[in-house]
Structure formats: structure tokens, C-alpha cells
Design a protein around this ligand. Sequence first.
Ligand code: SAM
Length: 208
Amino acid sequence: MEAGNYVHDLLGGDADLERVIESIKALGMPEISVAPGYGRLLTMLVRMSGAKQALEIGALGGYSGICLARGLGEGGRLMSLELLPHFADAARTNMEAAGFGERVEYRIGDAKDNLAKLAGEGRRFDFFFIDADKEGYPVYLDWALALANPGAVIVGDNTLLRGRVWNPEKNGPSVAAMRAFNERMLNDERLTGTILPGYDGLTVAMVK
Ligand code: SAM
């Protein structure tokens, strides 16, 4: 048994998250939701940080959205950026079924455009979950730093790219972008960060 399956089994049944997985399959969407153990960690990090305003980049079917929303306290809200309208529709349906329909706002289109719009609106966030196109991670980090309240938490998923980040023979655009993202998350003087190497890697940093 793999470690991820062991964690999944220990976490037990979760009707809201299983509904997301089933809807993703039924709609023919990619089965690339955040791993169950990291989903639980997102809930914990949001709760522990006391975040009220969370932002995710990459909604898919709403799995991470539910995990983030579960951690938000009273009055907390999630802003979710998603490229594809039908993915956002699926995520919205699943968030509503989980009881979080009133807590989430979806903005459709390239996240880079929507991040610029949010900056123009003067919006600020306490928690960022970056889980979209891997080449975009360095730009998403720039925006997270621009939109962060002091003490904000920034999390990026799949940051080991199945080992390609440390393989010197791999140098494609996604690998180069992820190396730059991880380097900054761990060494930028504005951040304190680390990488959790389970599943496909989760890089977590706190804005000082
Ligand atoms: N966070 C989701 C979860 O765990 O439930 C999984 C997100 S999936 C790995 C990546 C998502 O990012 C897809 O839904 C994809 O359509 C979206 N995406 C890709 N490029 C994007 C972009 N430039 N702007 C916004 N969303 C994008």
C-alpha cells in the first residue's frame, strides 16, 4: 500500500469530497484534485492562520475549494480563479452541495488577468493556494506577494513535478518555472517557507 492510500484510508469517508471526485469522473474532467492528505492540511492551515479571505488559483471541481472553505472562520470568504467556465460551474455546484455556496466567488478566465483586476480593486488576502498551470507559478507568487496581508500563507501544489525539479536532465519551461518558484518560496527575504515532499510536493510559505 502506498503512503497516500494509507492516509486516504485513515481520513475515512467524506461525502462532500467524494461527490467532487464522482462529478469530475462523470463530467470527464481531469482527475487531478489535491491529494486527500494535503486537502486536510489546507483546512488546518487556513484555520491555524486565522485567514478570513482566501484565494485559490485553479478550481477544477471544487475539492480544494471545499477544503479551504472548511478552514475559514465565521464571515470568511473564498475567491476562486478558474480558466474554464464549465470547470467553475462544476466547482460551484459542488461547493453549494457542501454548504459553501454563499462563501465563494468564481472569476473565470486566465488567472493572471483576474489577479491584476483584484489588485486594481484594492483586494487583499490572507491565504493563497496556487494550483493551476505550472509555468505560471512564479507570476502567481508575484501576485500573491502583491495581494498579501502581513502574515499571509502561500501554498503551491505539485511543486516537485514528480521528481523533475531536481533532475538535472529536465529543463523544460514547467521545470524552470517550478525551480524558480521553490527557490523564492524558501529564500525570498519576505518569506519563511519549506517544501513537504509527500505526494507530488507541497511548498508552503508565510509572509513575514
Ligand atoms: N485546486 C483544484 C483542486 O484541488 O480541487 C485542482 C486544480 S487543477 C490541478 C488545475 C486547474 O487550473 C484546472 O481546473 C485548470 O483549468 C486551471 N487553470 C489552468 N490554467 C489556468 C489559468 N491560466 N488561469 C486559471 N486557471 C487555470
